[in-house]
Design a protein around this ligand. Structure first.
Ligand code: NAI
Length: 724
């Protein structure tokens, strides 16, 4: 075989050929040009030597089975490359198909992660045995990058499990399954505990099925559950678009739409035509802007962020063994759970043993649910719970090498709780506050070691939200920053790093989004259409309902404090058109939000939203008042984007990757944009187009949309927005 080969052909004396995927030039196997040549050569040889072959096994010599497509290439594909993109996969698919239909049993021995293209190779085998390796994942996550699996993934999953299951279990959510859950959901046929067992099972399949075929190549095959022309299926089909909308929120996600179309259309034609349909819908996605945005964010930016681009390099990596969590309320309880889940011992302190125990009970509740869903075992549950020690006694914090404070949002109280414990914990313990708004520099004044003090801003609910915003105060040392970063990675969350400022990056920027929505209420816009605009723009939460959740009194408090600070520094406070609406809602109508009995919405006894408060129409809405729908959406998107640029100007943000990831994972900036800076860079007409549009919005809706100097400068130089 040629030197460029990425597949080793190993044939035993019984005629079983093991195809060992092993790209000599990379740590993981990908669908690159060398693979394309190798798989075609393998198919040729298999056909030529067919008579001496008893069966074929795909496996890999790498830790992962196969990584999938090469995203570095894909992100470069423009509309002018459409034909090329369409053709690229064709050769690989044709080779896999030739092996699949050789008339010999084909088995995938999945020895590690098989995502995207990796699982598509496995789907081209008649039988799939997965090694139950820790951390190994199986699935087709293309949708999360704005793509669809075009290596036969749509066509084969539809034929394997039927349209409904293929869409809901595999294609539309991009779920990544552990080998055991892949087995439960029908993605693989068997699971093996060891590599030897995996290969033994593969050989056993070949021995037992000398003339195996794919189910869909057997005469008379019907797609499980029927095709759209089947009456039972046709009855369910109308639910899919609604389901899609529920999952993706809005109109800006072309991938789920194309996946649905490829699955439905492909189910009604023969296998090869289905592959062509799949390729056509893929080509449309890969040449478009949304896939580029999502690949940039969820692959490149996320990798940069998690690999420590913002972490001081010189500092040694450390692991935390025992953490003190101060305050066992909503956030403290969630933080305790996340730490214990990562194997860290937790001392959870509150004002009374009862309050502390209540915080631990939250972990019990989460684990009971996980147990009932088969996501944990009783032994794992007991082990995790044993790591959490609830207490009201500061003495129990002895030996803690990190502290995370989550008591009420009050500077005086936060100073007090740190004073109580700073001499009890390890002398060099890392000191963190989970404040959501209070400047870290000010909080650090309350401790004896301000260099070890840092902000660690978690998001609610902590067990689900993947982001943590690390805030460096003026006196925070590099050592503390590195340790905070390592702690966030230790609990398997994604850290972004920002400099201190009121509201940091996330709280400050999401405030702009909310203010804009509320301002439109004040202008007389129909509240339901404001909510609709936010949803259509792709925001996961509607803007007025989000305001109700946060309570209307919170922005007022922040506004008053900020105003005071600005004026004390000799500046003028610009105010925001939303201020008057919030003041009237709270003072005149007594509607401070959900926890206060109602706000922009009314709530039932169970606390659920029932309807928009009818008083809004009476007191604010101007009948016939119209703002173009696009303006409504872009006012929200631009308000956040422009304030993010100001965060760069002020030195709050340092990297584009942190901004993009923080905006999507922390504050719900629409994922199709690829994050707040990618939204600017990818805007129609690039930076100049964005600047021109900002000026239009400024002329129509107020000075706050004037593009900041930094942005104008970059636009004039023809640059993209990038790290300084
Ligand atoms: P919470 O009101 O649910 O919990 C606060 C807890 O602190 C209570 O259990 C209280 O008994 C306890 N506490 C008060 N004094 C204490 C003391 N001297 N020693 C020990 N414990 C004491 O509040 P929540 O929502 O958990 O917020 C806590 C902190 O997290 C605040 O600074 C908040 O701004 C911040 N935060 C809140 C977010 C949210 O979504 N709620 C998001 C991110 C940060």
């Amino acid at each position: 075989m040629s030197e460029s080969t990425t597949i080793r052909w190993e044939q035993d004396e019984t005629g079983v050929v093991t195809l060992v995927l092993d790209d000599p030039n990379q740590s993981a196997n990908t669908m690159n040009a060398a693979f394309k040549a190798s798989i075609a050569a393998v198919a040729d040889r298999a056909e030529a030597e067919k008579d001496s072959i008893r069966g074929i096994i795909y496996t890999s010599a790498k830790k992962t089975f196969f990584a999938g497509g090469d995203l570095k290439d894909m992100i470069q594909v423009g509309p002018e490359h459409a034909q090329q993109a369409f053709d690229t996969g064709t050769a690989i698919k044709a080779a896999l198909r030739r092996i699949e239909t050789l008339g010999k049993p084909v088995v995938a021995a999945i020895n590690g992660a098989a995502l995207g293209g990796g699982y598509e190779i496995a789907l081209a085998a008649h039988h799939r045995v997965a090694l139950d390796a820790p951390g190994s994942k199986i699935g087709l996550p293309e949708v999360t990058l704005g793509l669809l699996p075009a290596g036969g993934g749509v066509t084969r999953t539809v034929r394997l499990m039927g349209i409904a299951d293929a869409l809901l279990k595999v294609l539309l959510q991009g779920t990544q399954y552990s080998p055991r859950r892949a087995l439960e959901n029908g993605l693989v046929h068997e699971v093996a505990a060891t590599p030897e067992e995996m290969l033994a099972k593969a050989h056993a399949f070949i021995d037992a099925h000398p003339e195996s075929q794919q189910p869909w190549d057997v005469k008379g095959y019907r797609i499980p559950g029927g095709t759209p022309s089947h009456p039972r299926f046709a009855a369910n089909l109308p639910a899919f678009p609604a389901n899609l909308k529920k999952q993706t929120g809005g109109a800006n996600y072309p991938a789920p739409r194309n996946i649905l179309a490829a699955a439905v259309e492909g189910s009604q034609v023969d296998f090869d035509t289905a592959l062509t349909i799949e390729a056509r819908y893929f080509t449309e996605l890969v040449t478009g802007q949304v896939a580029k945005n999502m690949i940039q964010a969820f692959f490149f930016d996320l990798q940069a962020v998690n690999s420590g681009a913002s972490r001081p390099k010189e500092t040694e990596r450390r692991t935390v063994r025992k953490v003190a969590v101060l305050g066992a309320g909503m956030m403290g309880a969630g933080i305790a759970y996340s730490c214990a889940r990562a194997g860290i011992d937790v001392v959870l302190k509150d004002v009374s043993p009862e309050a502390a125990a209540k915080g631990k009970a939250y972990s019990e509740k989460l684990l009971a649910k996980a147990l009932s869903r088969g996501r944990t075992t009783e032994a794992q549950r007991d082990e995790l719970l044993a790591r959490i020690t609830p207490t009201a006694d500061p003495a129990d914090l002895a030996g803690c090498d990190a502290v995370i404070e989550a008591v009420f949002e009050d500077t005086g109280l936060k100073h007090k709780v740190f004073q109580e414990i700073q001499d009890v914990v390890e002398p060099d313990a890392l000191l963190c506050s989970n404040t959501s708004t209070l400047p870290i520099t000010g909080l650090a004044e309350g401790v004896s070691r301000p260099a070890d003090f840092i902000g660690l801003h978690f998001f609610s609910p902590v067990d689900k939200m993947p982001l943590v915003e690390i805030i460096k105060g003026e006196r925070t040392g590099d050592e503390a920053l590195a340790r905070a970063f390592d702690l966030v990675r230790q609990i398997k969350k994604t850290p972004i790093v920002v400099n201190d400022s009121r509201g940091f990056f996330t709280s400050r920027v999401i405030g702009q989004f909310i203010n804009e929505g509320v301002a439109m209420v004040g202008e007389g816009v129909e509240p339901a259409s404001i909510e609709q605009a936010a949803a259509q723009a792709g925001y996961p939460a509607k803007v007025l309902s989000l305001m109700d959740e946060l309570t209307l009194t919170l922005p007022r408090k922040i506004r008053n404090e900020t105003k005071k600070a600005v004026e004390a520094a000799g500046g003028t406070w610009p105010g925001h058109p939303s201020d008057a609406v919030i003041d009237r809602m709270v003072d005149e109508f007594g509607r401070p939000g959900r926890s206060g009995g109602g706000g922009f919405y009314e709530y039932g006894e169970d606390g659920r939203r029932t309807r928009l408060w009818p008083g809004l129409r009476e007191h604010f809405t101007k009948p016939g008042m119209q703002i173009p729908f696009r303006d409504m959406q872009e006012r929200m998107l631009f308000s956040e984007a422009l304030d993010t640029v100001r965060c760069f100007e002020e030195g709050v943000l340092m990297t584009v990757a942190d901004a993009n990831i923080g905006s999507i994972m922390g504050i719900g900036f629409p994922a199709w944009t690829g994050g707040v800076i990618q939204y600017i860079n990818g805007y129609e007409g690039g930076l100049p187009g964005f600047v021109a549009r900002a000026r239009e919005l400024a002329a129509a809706y107020g000075e706050r949309f004037e593009p900041p100097a930094l942005l104008v400068e970059k636009a004039e130089k023809g640059e993209k927005f990038s790290d300084a």
